[in-house]
Design a protein around this ligand. Structure first.
Ligand code: G6P
Length: 614
């Protein structure tokens, strides 16, 4: 949520910052801005996408020179998206320029105090308050920039990743973080600070991940210093990034989302690598081995997540309860953290997160940590906050996911949860040897089956054309495919803006059936065999009310094919693995409908990929 990039070195900062902002645009895209230092501070801020900022800066015909600069792409929290509220924000005396990702919760109190001291503000943002506070402390006690930043941060409540510079101290950048990510990139004679490594990777693979309440100062031709908020110097290891530039580019696809849908045969396979061996008959997660006894003997498992990751968690609950027989609950992290839940020392808390930075999930984990539970992370972004706060975990290895609507991260989360359930079930003796081996074999075949589903793209595109003008859509599934109904509906609404709801198929008659008429597409996920007859009856109920039925069925199906308007036949697999297949056509269906409706698939309105505010 909001992307930050900053540069100090021997190259022109502007092109590096603009390119970095484009890479970070997935984090928010309602306005963008840049400040460059070349004797004076030159700031451009514009409502809209990074391209609008570039057009605006070009049209100004001002020199964009300078080897120090900071940039920001915004997802509005305080103050509507407009030019004034865009970052960077400059201090009242014009000396400091600052970008911020997060929320300063006590900004109002600080603002009132600053107004009494004579400060006046140009924007409605909490960020402008912070830069004025730094200015105030700097002037009052004649502090250097890093000390003024440190003292200011001791006075704020909330979340922040910031980068700030001072035109009177022109060879220095100061960055700090708490609950929002900030990475330092280190190259010969140059430094980068960014919300993630994507703006940095082109130049260097040497990075340092800052921890909460840490402040970094980088100096031209000098070293960098990291201190904690108590002013103690810290030594962090420099990490080598394992990220390649090609991984964050579109590779010829029209959209990142389409690329990521098509990557799934590989990404699902990557999330199983070294964790599944069919010949030797085992499924293991390395992260679980260190805590195996405790995990196997957990009295209760709580799965915490938000958004699409929450849907993966719901499948995780079905898997763990069926295969490992441990009572499992799925919680929206935002609810869990505020509802005084019962958490015991012998509970296992599993957080599922693509970004590893979701503020609610992170806060819920911190709460569980205080109660002494074991924390396990299923996270995609290496080195992210959730990966670091958990006691152990498994990376999903899906690679960078840039489309705001999650696709490949979801299937790799479900893959890891399947491995976890199999491992727990095997260790606890709650799964028969034959079923265990059957599932191992079928899991190994999933990537090939996903590739076969992707070959149905043209057919799915045709169906998309038939329902593209719908105002509403209903997704129905039972058992393992109920979470897929939720996920299918979420994909459609978030990228095409068609109102869609996911329901357990049997619940339809308790409400949504009232909405069904000849204009309502009903997408029925019916490739799980255990509830087949029941779902056939549900389809009859929809047809009796003239709804348009689009059914996802297993290859060779006859009963549903006869009554549905459209069927998408996908390879068969055992019930617990069906979500990994049935979600694929739903991702493609949402994608094509959104493209046909002229929507911005990769950057849907009002959304952001990494939600680092509550
Ligand atoms: C945002 C994204 C979703 C994602 C959710 C949780 O809403 O747009 O795609 O599922 O956050 O994010 P996480 O990174 O924790 O999986």
């Amino acid at each position: 949520m909001c992307g930050i990039v900053a540069y100090l070195g021997n190259k022109e900062a502007y092109p590096i910052i603009i390119e970095g902002l484009r890479r970070l645009e997935y984090r928010g895209y309602d306005s963008a801005g840049v400040s460059l230092l070349n004797g004076e501070i030159l700031t451009f801020k514009k409502k809209g996408k990074v391209q609008e900022l570039v057009d605006y800066a070009d049209a100004s015909e001002k020199s964009l020179d300078g080897t120090l600069g900071i940039g920001h792409t915004r997802w509005a929290t305080h103050g509507k998206p407009n030019d004034e509220n865009a970052h960077p924000h400059v201090s009242g005396n014009g000396r400091l320029s600052l970008v911020h990702n997060g929320i300063i919760e006590n900004y109002d109190t600080i603002k009132k105090a600053l107004v009494e001291l004579g400060h006046s503000f140009q924007s409605d943002t909490d960020t402008e308050v912070l830069v004025h506070l730094i200015e105030e402390l700097q002037n009052r006690d004649n502090l250097d920039l890093e000390e003024a930043v440190r003292q200011a941060l001791t006075k704020v409540v909330g979340a922040y990743a910031i980068v700030v510079f001072d035109k009177d101290d022109p060879d220095k950048l100061v960055g700090a973080r708490k609950s929002s990510p900030l990475v330092l990139g280190i190259n010969d004679g140059e430094y980068f600070l960014a919300s993630d490594a994507s703006p940095i990777i082109k130049y260097t693979n040497k990075v340092v991940y800052l921890d909460d309440e840490e402040i970094v100062t980088v100096k031209r031709d000098g070293n960098y210093v990291i201190k904690n908020i108590e002013n103690e110097i810290l030594n962090h290891d420099i990490k080598e990034l394992d990220l390649k530039l090609e991984e964050i580019e579109k590779a010829g696809y029209d959209h990142y989302m389409l690329k990521e849908i098509y990557q799934q045969p590989v990404t699902i396979s990557d999330s199983m690598k070294g964790r599944l061996n069919v010949e030797e008959g085992w499924a293991v997660l390395g992260g679980m081995q260190q805590h195996l006894k405790r995990m196997v003997n957990s009295k209760k498992i709580t799965l915490l997540a938000c958004g699409t990751s929450w849907h993966a968690a719901l499948i995780g609950e079905y898997l763990i309860e069926e295969l490992a027989r441990i009572p499992t609950e799925v919680e929206y992290a935002s609810e869990f953290r505020y509802r005084n839940p019962i958490i015991n020392e012998d509970d296992l808390i599993v957080a599922i997160s693509q970004s590893g930075e979701t503020a609610d999930t992170l806060a819920a984990l911190k709460m569980a940590k205080e109660k002494g539970s074991l924390l396990y992370g299923i996270v995609n972004v290496v080195g992210s906050s959730i990966a670091r706060i958990t006691d152990s975990g498994s990376y999903t290895h899906a690679g960078p996911e840039i489309g705001v609507a999650s696709t490949k991260a979801f299937t790799s989360q479900v893959t890891v949860l399947t491995l976890m359930a199999l491992y727990l079930g095997h260790e606890r003796g709650t799964i028969s040897a034959s079923y265990y081996n059957q599932l191992l074999n079928e899991l190994a075949d999933i990537p090939t089956k996903v590739a076969r589903i992707l070959e149905l793209n043209e057919k799915i595109k045709f169906i998309a054309g038939e329902i593209r003008n719908a105002h509403n859509a209903l997704y129905l599934g039972r058992g393992y495919n109920f979470p897929i109904a939720l996920e299918g509906a979420l994909k459609l609404k978030e990228i095409s803006y068609i109102h869609a709801e996911g329901y357990p198929a049997a619940e339809m008659k308790h409400g949504p059936i009232a909405l069904i008429d000849m204009y309502m597409p009903v997408i029925v996920i019916a490739n799980n065999l255990s509830s087949y007859e029941k779902i056939v009856s549900n389809i009859q109920e929809v047809k009796a009310r003239k709804g348009i039925v689009i059914a996802i069925v297993s290859e060779g199906d006859t009963a549903i094919t006869e009554i549905a308007d459209f069927t998408i036949e996908i390879p068969e697999t055992s019930d617990p693995l069906t979500p990994l297949l049935s979600v694929i056509p739903l991702q493609l269906l949402a994608y094509h409908i959104a493209v046909m409706r002229g929507c911005n698939v990769d950057q849907p309105r009002n959304l952001a990929k990494s939600v680092t505010v509550e």
